[in-house]
Write a protein that binds this ligand. Structure first.
Ligand code: DGL
Length: 284
């Protein structure tokens, strides 16, 4: 066996791992922590290599695999890919190929499936718009999941918003320049299907642009971020899987890891999460 790593994994309970390419997963962490405040969390943002949205399938898979392995090594038994791009491009392969090799008792969950499960109750017209990264849109993960769950009963229109993540990662979410690109992608989506009544923000970064997105959205359209949906789904999962819940420590603590400059992470992260952030730098 070439990799001695599986033997080093601790069997002791550990925090729930939350992974994103950068800051976006903080929007999911915030909701999860509100819903499940007693658990411990270990957040990892791969800021040095963000954005993932325009990267190839192979790279997103490789980066995500490294991050998941790092979180396992740091004691997590359950990891949430709080990133649609990673969920679209890496989740299935990690679940099918990596977990059986490393440790089949650990779990990795994504954000796309729980979101799609809620669409039936969110939309009246059953015409859904998805705003997401280029990678998520190109994977058609949302359309495929919707077809699996609802057959032909729901229409999904997907629109990539490739500049939104760089705008956020560079601290420009509130700048007047952001408005142009908000309008651009929203208009394209609504022109492609004027019957849409529900827009899913299919990238965990996008809620950071919520005030501007709402300012551009027609009043009859519901704009849905994923945080509360994912948090509710996780709470339900932990009830249904006490063997996994029992491996997650409960002290109410959060730690933050970033692959880039921790001071920069602390200052931008504090815009999106209410608790103080003191990130540690790691290399993947
Ligand atoms: N937050 C991520 C997502 O949900 C990824 C954004 C990016 O790195 O491009 O897709």
């Amino acid at each position: 066996m070439s990799d001695p790593y599986p033997e080093n994994l601790s069997t002791s309970p550990g925090p729930i791992g939350i992974f994103d390419s950068g800051y976006g997963g903080l929007t999911i962490l915030e909701s999860i922590r509100r819903r499940l405040p007693t658990f411990d969390y270990l957040y990892l943002g791969d800021n040095a290599r963000a954005p993932y949205g325009s990267r190839s399938f192979e790279l997103v898979y490789e980066f995500t695999r490294q991050a998941v392995e790092e979180l396992f090594r740091r004691g997590c038994h359950l990891v949430i890919l709080a990133c649609n791009t990673a969920s679209a491009k890496a989740l299935r392969s990690i679940q099918q190929n990596i977990l059986p090799e490393l440790d089949s008792s650990r779990r990795v969950l994504g954000v796309i499936r729980p979101t799609v499960e809620r669409l039936g109750e969110l939309s009246t017209t059953h015409r859904i718009g998805i705003l997401a990264t280029q990678g998520t849109v190109a994977s058609h993960s949302y359309s495929l999941e919707v077809d699996k769950l609802y057959g032909g009963g729901m229409t999904v229109t997907e629109q990539a918003a490739p500049l939104w993540v760089p705008i956020i990662e560079n601290g420009e979410a509130e700048s007047p320049g952001a408005d142009y690109f908000i309008a651009k992608y929203m208009n394209r989506l609504l022109e492609a299907d004027p019957g849409i009544d529900t827009i899913i923000l299919g990238c965990t970064h996008y809620p950071i642009l919520m005030p501007k997105i709402l300012a551009h959205a027609p009043h009859n359209i519901r704009v849905v971020p994923q945080g509360d949906i994912v948090a509710e789904s996780l709470a339900d999962y932990l009830v249904r899987h006490p063997e996994i819940a029992g491996k997650c420590t409960q002290g109410g603590h959060i730690r933050f890891l970033t692959t880039e400059n921790p001071e920069k992470f602390d200052s931008l992260a504090s815009i999106f999460i209410s608790s103080p952030v003191h990130a540690e730098k790691i290399n993947l």
